[in-house]
Design a binder for this molecule. Sequence first.
Ligand code: BTN
Length: 269
Amino acid sequence: MKSIQRSNNIGSNVISETLKNGLHTTVVGSRFIYHKRLSSTMDEAIREINKGTVEGTVLLTDEQTAGRGRFERQWFSGPGDLMFSVVFYPSYKELPYLSVLAALAVVRTIEKETDLLPRIKWPNDILVNGKKICGLLVENLTKGNSSGHSIVGIGLNVGMNVKSYPEISDIATSINTESKMDTSLVSLFQGIIQQLDNLYLAVKDGYSPIGEWKQYLYALGQTVEIRINDEIVSGLAEGVDELGHLLVRTSDDKIVTIMAGEATFNPMA
Ligand code: BTN
């Protein structure tokens, strides 16, 4: 039984329409919570986890006053974009794949709902025509021997006119800007929720998502610079391993495995 907290606003309508269309999920979307405005859906997810919310709870908002991205950067978006977080209580089997699953859910949905060709910039930015259209943030809390909780935050620029955001206008874009059409928020939201559930269940059943994810990866085989805290590793991005870690061939011909960091492909010499 799916529960919903109602109010008369964009995200609330997106949730009602999604449920009306029929959502066929097992875990993701077991509960939907909407707030018109939040500091961040990540913060609200933690509050709900502390109250014992079920796995698959989705927190959606129309506006974040302190939306955050990776490396504690500010995340810009507004009404007409999608900003939501999903709560997981994964086992150690699913845990390493959550960001891969979220990226795949988004690219599968963009391909289904638009004519755009999304690419994944390692580790998990979604680009269209070389510009960022979606950011993913995964925050994990492990507890003793169990994997605890994970929150997957998804920020998809849909209606955003990036020109209104000078901080990001050169590097970001939105679905409507690229497709020159108004794409339905409901179709995009419903698609991502459905795909994320399909993929999560498939991984529980033993599916490895890396092969499909790799096909969308941008700039493999090209030079890369990765910032990991204060260290920079540079070389050739040769491929990824079975967990999605980047394999970089450095100038001394060694392969370095990079688990996380900020990648710049084809850095200027
Ligand atoms: C990144 O690219 O750095 C990740 C951006 C993640 C943004 C989303 S929007 C919904 C959720 N709430 C947040 O505060 N951040 C994530």
